[in-house]
Design a protein around this ligand. Sequence first.
Ligand SMILES: NC(=O)c1ccc[n+]([C@@H]2O[C@H](COP(=O)([O-])OP(=O)(O)OC[C@H]3O[C@@H](n4cnc5c(N)ncnc54)[C@H](O)[C@@H]3O)[C@@H](O)[C@H]2O)c1
Length: 466
Amino acid sequence: MTEPLTTGNDGVSSGHEVCVVGAGYVGLTAAACLAHLGHRVTCVEANPHRLQVLKDGGIPIHEPGLSELVGQGVVNGRLHWAPDVASGLGTARIVLLCVGTPPRADGEPDLSQIAEAGRQVARAATSDLVVVVKSTVPPGSCEAIELICAEDALPGVTIRVASSPEFLRESRAVEDFLYPDRVVVGAEDPDVIDLVASLYPPASPVVRCDRRGAELVKYAANTFLAIKISFANEVAQLCDALGTNAMNVLEGVGSDSRIGPQFLRPGPGYGGSCLPKDVSGFVALGESAGTRTALACAAEEQNALARRSVARRLEMVIGSLKGKRIGLLGLAFKDGTDDVRDSPSIQIAEDLITSGAEVRAYDPLAPSGSTPNGVERVPLAREALEEADAVVIAVDSAEYGDLDPDEVARLMSGDVIFDAAGVCNLESWGSAGLSVYGVGRGTPMAFYPVVWPPLRWTRTTEISLG
Ligand SMILES: NC(=O)c1ccc[n+]([C@@H]2O[C@H](COP(=O)([O-])OP(=O)(O)OC[C@H]3O[C@@H](n4cnc5c(N)ncnc54)[C@H](O)[C@@H]3O)[C@@H](O)[C@H]2O)c1
C-alpha cells in the first residue's frame, strides 16, 4: 500500500453514516476503508463465525493492510459490527450491499442473497434511504431490487437503489479501494450519483451513468480481462508448438501502448470468484438479450483448455502419472490470497489425482478445508518437494520462484518442474540439473518441422520428451 490517504475528515462531522451489508472481501474492505475516509460505518455480517472473528479483533480473510485498517476503525469508534440489518441499520441513510452473487449451474448469477438483503433493508428502514449495490449483478438488477424494496418498505419510506460496482483485486483490495482507477456510479437521479460519489476518496475519477450501464461496466471489464488472459494463453500454445518463448513474444505485443502488458501473461488459466463467474454471467446476459457473445465464449473455451492441459502436458513429459509422486505448489487462485474459489490449481490437483498420481500440496494461505480429496496437504514447501517425481508450480508466487534450485534438485527424486505459473528462472533452475517446462516457455512439447514455403507449418504427431 502506498502512503495513507489524508481525508481532512474529523471522522465525526463530515462523513456519512453508512451501513455495509456483508463482510467478505468487498464488504469488509469497503467498511474499513470508508471508516478510514471518515465515515461512520456499521458492517453487518450474517455468518456467525465471520462475525465472531471480527468481534474478537481478527479478520476472517487474508488481505494485506486490511487488518490494520479494521483495527484503526474499531479503536477510533468509526467501525462497528452487527449480526443483521435490523440491528445494524441505525440512522444510516446509505446502505452498501456487498453480499455474494455466486454462479448457478446454468452460468447465471444467483441473486437470492442480494434480493434478501434488499428486503431486510426495506423492512428495517424507518426513513428514506439510498441502497448502493456493490455486488456484481446483471443489468436490470438494481431496478428489480428497488421494486423488491418498495414492496416491503413502510408507507412513506422511499428507497432508491444505485449501482456502484466494485473493481478491487484480492490481495490488493485496500490499495484498490483507496486509490481506484475510477469509481463507477449508476443512477437516474444526478443527486443520487453525487451522494454515492461523495463516499469515495475525494480525488477518485467518477464515471457517471445510468444503472444498467454501471452494472454492465463490471461484466464488460472482467470479460475483457479474461479475454486478454486467454489470448496470452493462446499465443503461449502457439509458442510451445513453434518452440519459441511466449514471454518474449508477449512482451513484444504488450509493449505497444495501445495494448499494454497487464494480464498478458500465460499461465494455468484465470480463476477466482470473479472472472469465471462474470464471464459466464456476460455470456448468459448475451443469451437473454439475444446477442451472441462470441469473444466471451471463446475465452471460456480457451480457459478450460489452459486448466486441463497442465496434467496432460506433464504426462507427456514424464509418462503415465499412475503412482508418481507430484509436488504441487499453490492451491489459491493467485498469489497473495487465501481464496480458492474456482482456482485453476484445484482443477490441476483433481486432474493429477484422477490420473493416479500421489499429490502433496503446499500453500501458505489457503484454508486447510479447501484441500481437494485425495491430496495430502503439507505445511512446508520442502515437504511437497521431497521425493517428488515432478513438481507443478500452479500459483505465481515469488516464494516458489525464489526457492533454491539446488536444494529443490536435492530434495526431489525426479528432475521435472512444470512451472505453469511462469515464476522460475529457466537458466538457474536448468543449471541445477532440473528440466523446467511451462506454459509458453520455449520448451517445445511437440515437434513441428518447418517446410517450404516457410509460412506453412506441418503438424506431425506429438512426441513425448520423457
Ligand atoms: N472478491 C472480489 O475480489 C470481488 C471484487 C469485485 C466484486 N466482487 C463482487 O462483490 C460481491 C461480494 O464478493 P465477496 O468476494 O466479498 O463475497 P464473500 O462471499 O466473500 O462475502 C459476502 C458476505 O456477505 C455475507 N452476507 C450474505 N448475505 C448477508 C446478509 N443478508 N446480511 C449480512 N451478511 C450477509 C456472507 O455471509 C459473506 O460473508 C460479489 O457479487 C462479487 O462478485 C468481488
